[in-house]
Design a protein around this ligand. Sequence first.
Ligand code: PLP
Length: 222
Amino acid sequence: MSIADNLYYFRQKLAPFPGARLLAVSKTKPAAMLAEAYEAGQRLFGENHVQEMVAKQAALPADAEWHLIGHLQTNKVRYIAPFVSLIHSVDSLKLLQEINKQGAKAGRVINCLLQIYIAQEETKFGLSEEEALAILQGPELAAMEHVCITGFMGMATNTGDMAQVRREFASLKRFFDQCVAQFSSPRIKLRELSMGMSSDYEIALEEGATLVRVGSAVFGGR
Ligand SMILES: *Cc1c(COP(=O)(O)O)cnc(C)c1O
């Protein structure tokens, strides 16, 4: 199967979910493969390393959109601030403050998702619901004119137990809906729910994902 074939397949899969878009996770793949996806109509690309994303952004046409999905160090924000479309992995107020600072320098408002911890396993990154609420309600965010929180991102437990994966996605959707009803401001416009990868995107779509982050099922194994 070619990349174009895979993208065609995903277009069929997403058709019943008009609110959902495919983020093609292109990390580790050469720019030529991204160009192939671009030629087949793909515009949203997800990367997890800053340097790699900067290099690929320079190599692809200007209307490709770049999403940062991996852990982001504060000292790297400045490299992507001029062009990044969406940062999925905001997991601290400190990082958000740096994004705001670099957004100001670049003269932009940078859209961000709060990464919420939903898995039943030890991971280093992600906020609890309580921590996310503290950021959404806090006076710090209200003063940040160069960021906008547009939704949440979550990663389910890496398990073959699909009932558990579904429960985790459903719990994030429940929290999302609760926050949609509770928050709306220039700094908070909740509309994106980033969940699902190659192994579980179908469940994520059924549970309300608006962005599925699919890598190996589009570009092949890493
Ligand atoms: C790599 C990655 C993906 C895509 O994983 P696949 O299994 O290749 O689809 C999705 N989300 C994040 C955060 C990733 O790091």
